[in-house]
Design a protein around this ligand. Structure first.
Ligand code: HEC
Length: 92
């Protein structure tokens, strides 16, 4: 399956599961699934341990919006960004 269609499948699955927006409802387990399928190709989650989840969320949002330079364009919903940021900040 191409990377793009895999992303679309993930986005659809999460859109039905998760609310949009707030860090308060971030789901680190869902974030782990996203990180493992998309980000782990280049990143080690442990590298982000102890970072502020809200700050990470802001950075990732900027990457998704294209306002922050990143090696790979990211296509994530707001809920996925919150979840993946929560997982990354936990470091595991
Ligand atoms: C094709 C490789 C690649 C993929 C896939 C990738 N990244 Fe990155 N990312 C990089 C590189 C290279 C950098 C810049 C160098 C660095 O900080 O390691 C970076 C930087 C970042 C930064 C900024 C780090 C900082 O300290 O400012 C964040 C946050 C980030 N990536 C998040 C993600 C997330 C979330 C995903 C998955 C949804 C992802 N990346 C997928 C290669 C990738």
């Amino acid at each position: 399956m191409s990377k793009f269609s895999r992303l679309a499948v993930i986005a659809g699955a999460f859109a039905s599961l998760a609310g949009f927006g707030s860090t308060a409802h971030a789901d680190a387990a869902a974030g782990k699934a996203t990180f493992t399928s998309i980000c782990s190709e280049c990143h080690e989650v442990a590298d982000f341990e102890g970072e502020d989840a809200a700050a990470l969320q802001g950075t990732i949002k900027n990457i998704v919006a294209g306002t922050q330079k990143h090696k790979k364009a990211l296509k994530l919903t707001d809920a996925q960004v919150a979840d993946v940021a929560a997982y990354m900040a936990s470091g595991k």
